[in-house]
Design a protein around this ligand. Structure first.
Ligand SMILES: [Zn+2]
Length: 99
């Protein structure tokens, strides 16, 4: 069985081009953990892989045939949130409300 992206809502049928292992040490470890936690992934010491669709383009370095993450990279794109988000309507009123 091959490695797969750990994100449950990630489309497993698509062709995964790159998988990145969750680093033991990262400049943005807090952000990694926050992302994993928000996706209900428990960090228990086992190897966790995420595919490249969760990283912004500028966090991925492509050189020659190798692909790696920048030192300060962290996952920030939740596949669930790639769908258009309904705009929140904020009503701003300057009217004074008499109570
Ligand atoms: Zn994924």
């Amino acid at each position: 069985m091959g490695k797969t992206c750990k994100i449950a809502s990630c489309n497993k049928n698509k062709t995964i081009t790159n998988l990145f292992k969750v680093p033991k040490h990262s400049l943005n470890k807090d952000k990694w953990l926050l992302f994993l936690k928000s996706n209900n992934i428990s960090v228990d010491g086992s190897e966790i892989y995420l595919c490249d669709s969760h990283f912004k383009d500028d966090m991925i370095i492509k050189s020659n045939s190798r692909v790696r993450l920048t030192d300060n990279a962290y996952p920030s794109i939740d596949p669930e949130q790639q769908h258009p988000v309904k705009p929140k309507i904020t009503i701003i009123s300057n009217e004074r409300v008499e109570t």
